[in-house]
Ligand binder design. Sequence first.
Ligand code: PDD
Length: 286
Amino acid sequence: MKVLVNDEIIERNEAKVDIEDRGYQFGDGVYEVVNIYEGIPFTLNEHIARLYRSASEIGIKLSEQPAQLCNRLLELIKCNNMTNGGLYLQISRGVTNRTHQYEQTLTPQLVAYPLPYKSVQDAQAKGVEAITAEDMRWLRCDIKSLNLLYNILVKQKASEAGAFESILIRDGIVTEGSSSNIFIVKEGVLKTHPANNLILNGITRTKLLEIMDVNSWEYKLEPFQKEELMEADEVFLTSTTSEVMPIIKIDSVTFSGAQPGPFTRKFQTAFSEAVKAETKTTTEKA
Ligand code: PDD
């Protein structure tokens, strides 16, 4: 496997990280996960725009233009002959003596590499289970920071309970999943938490809302309580790796007869059509 380290594409076993990298010591950096369909990175520009926004929000200045970075990522995909799978990329603030405060002159460190294809088709067809957990993260969840300690702890809790995801609740309100955005459907109307500091504004979420707009399907960007979640007709999550994933059980409550509901199915189909359309247009342009 070939990986990108700063401006070099090298073999995975030649890649080295400095022990004084602040990403390693403090989780001081930002990241993205991009899905690749038939060799095409889906919504790459949107992911890179969010990466630059996250970096800027924590004061990491990137000298390279987003388009240049995109080109190097495309080269990495080509070098690895990737068809389906993902791309992980992270940028840390840089390497320096370990102190909490930092100099403004550090050189950000970039690492990017392929993630193997993992099929989610079976889970998408059957739906998955989730548990609820308290949202105890910091208040800048809009930044896709390397610091995922609380997210991994609640994901592990879900996994140990035989569930796929932990749905996070802050002050009684459903914010998002440990690594996904959460949607409910009640009487045909979709609802999800507005994009503010309490959630990561998912690229999949944004894409789905664009699809909703194009089709004039009704939705509300409104915070909702845990009780509303538990009384919903349908619940699903979105993320790069899961796309549109039905949730059929939360804690001990089942939804739409423990099967993916009709609205969720409709959104799944519309989303995969959008993926097909975008990857087809990109191939034609190439
Ligand atoms: N997670 N919320 C959180 C906290 C996330 O970590 C993610 C993505 C999302 C969904 O965002 P998107 O649709 O852009 O993937 C929402 C990635 C996939 C991860 O950490 O692996």
